[in-house]
Design a protein around this ligand. Structure first.
Ligand SMILES: CC(C)CC(=O)SCCNC(=O)CCNC(=O)[C@H](O)C(C)(C)COP(=O)(O)OP(=O)(O)OC[C@H]1O[C@@H](n2cnc3c(N)ncnc32)[C@H](O)[C@@H]1OP(=O)(O)O
Ligand SMILES: Nc1ncnc2c1ncn2[C@@H]1O[C@H](COP(=O)(O)OP(=O)(O)OP(=O)(O)O)[C@@H](O)[C@H]1O
Ligand SMILES: O=C(O)CCC(=O)C(=O)O
Ligand SMILES: [Fe+2]
Ligand SMILES: [Mg+2]
Length: 347
């Protein structure tokens, strides 16, 4: 038997015994969980999540917390978005996107034209979302105490213009991220109104975070597809799907390998959600050359160089500009700010 096979055999023997111990464990699982650190890969020890919530995230890759953001705060974020759309304020670095079906038709200079804004880290009111203590408390369970807000977004999913371009294809957010480790990254996504299957709620494939990063590309949709909306090329169409219907203020936290998307908006209203991707400040940048992420890296680089009229902006630079420290126990260790390009040995 090869050394590797022998190691695997020993390891699986160890895991079997481990599982047997867990099965034989008494009903007070709370004390048991703390003595078996390998049982938890996706979440860190914390005093916030119930054992059931923690287990749910481990198994499914997402966790929905009801009523986490107040009505008052959501209304303030809606107002801030409106002011941006009305061009009453201009925010440095902000990316405004119109749905491809609308962008290619007549320009309407109000929020109706805007399907998404990204990178609102310089808007104090919207960025307040990323610093809400009740959100960071949950985020910390996945990232640990040093937290960077890496990517901010407000999605204003328009009524579908008839070409199904309001859909977001099934994807894994990690496709867009040149930083690791993967399990120390989490997204928070808050409904800014009731979201339903009708207006295009999030759709998730539970448990897919256990897999690896898959090949992403533009889906072959007849009516067109929005810029950079890559989808997983092959996923199991029979995998169970969950439609996450949510009330205003409800927030879902999900893992960057969880396959998710959102359906067509079949209503007359604009379905709004605000989100932030967080990563541990101890994460490091990786070089995606030669990986499945090379296609998105090239697109991002091209757009960034055009926008900033600069010669050479790397994929990692484009993230380093945007990341903001939102919580620190250990300010020295914020590798994502310093743009450490090489992975530490053994990572
Ligand atoms: C985890 C997370 C990162 C996951 C995601 O967010 S996935 C989606 C990521 N998507 C993005 O980051 C795209 C961000 N959007 C943008 O950068 C911009 O909106 C752009 C698509 C570059 C367009 O911006 P801009 O150049 O200011 O707009 P213009 O009105 O001048 O149009 C220039 C040409 O682009 C076209 N365009 C505009 N919006 C879209 C669209 N949504 N999809 C596809 N093509 C689009 C527009 O028609 C125009 O094309 P031509 O007329 O030059 O042929
Ligand atoms: N024909 C398709 N090809 C690839 N992906 C699709 C297709 N139709 C929907 N999707 C994706 O599946 C997810 C869910 O879409 P959608 O809400 O339409 O689901 P659904 O279960 O078909 O709901 P409904 O029956 O309400 O339309 C979205 O990410 C969407 O982009
Ligand atoms: O709000 C949505 O439709 C989901 C958007 C999304 O998953 C993303 O932009 O990565
Ligand atoms: Fe996503
Ligand atoms: Mg459908």
């Amino acid at each position: 038997m090869s050394q590797a096979a022998e190691r695997l055999r020993l390891l699986s023997g160890h895991l079997d015994r481990h599982a047997a111990v867990l099965r034989a464990a008494p009903t007070s699982t709370q004390t048991v969980t703390h003595s078996y650190p390998h049982r938890f890969r996706y979440s860190l020890d914390n005093s916030l999540l119930t054992p059931e919530q923690r287990q749910f995230y481990e198994e499914n890759g997402f966790l929905l917390i009801k009523n986490l953001v107040t009505e008052d705060d959501v209304n303030k974020f809606r107002k801030a978005f409106e002011r941006i759309c009305l061009k009453e304020v201009s925010v440095p670095g902000l990316v405004v996107m119109r749905d491809v079906a609308i962008a290619k038709s007549e320009f309407v200079p109000d929020q109706k034209a805007v399907s998404k804004i990204q990178d609102f880290q310089e808007d104090p009111e919207l960025f307040r979302y990323c610093t809400l203590p009740q959100i960071l408390k949950y985020v910390e369970c996945f990232t640990g105490p040093n937290i960077m807000a890496m990517h901010t977004m407000l999605i204003n999913k328009p009524p579908d213009a008839g070409k199904k371009t309001s859909r977001h294809p099934m994807h894994q957010d990690l496709h867009y991220f040149p930083f690791r480790p993967v399990d120390r990254i989490v997204c928070s996504w808050t409904a800014m109104e009731k979201v339903t299957r009708q207006n295009g709620c999030l759709v998730v494939l539970p448990g897919t975070h256990h897999g690896t990063l898959l090949v992403h590309d533009y889906p072959e949709w007849e009516g067109g597809v929005n810029k950079m909306y890559h989808g997983v090329r092959d996923y199991d169409p029979n995998h169970p799907r969950v439609h996450l219907e949510m009330e205003k203020g409800d927030t879902v936290f999900f893992h960057p390998l969880l396959i998710h998307g959102s359906g067509m908006n079949q209503t007359e209203g604009f379905r709004k959600a605000i989100s932030c991707h967080y990563a541990s400040g101890d994460c490091y940048y990786i070089d995606v050359k030669g990986t499945t992420q090379e296609n998105i890296a090239n697109e991002v680089k091209e757009i960034a160089e055009r926008r900033f009229d600069a010669g050479d902006i790397s994929f990692q630079d484009s993230w380093a500009f945007r990341g903001r420290l939102v919580q620190a126990r250990d300010p020295e260790k914020q590798k994502l700010q310093r743009r450490t390009l090489t992975a530490p040995k053994g990572a």
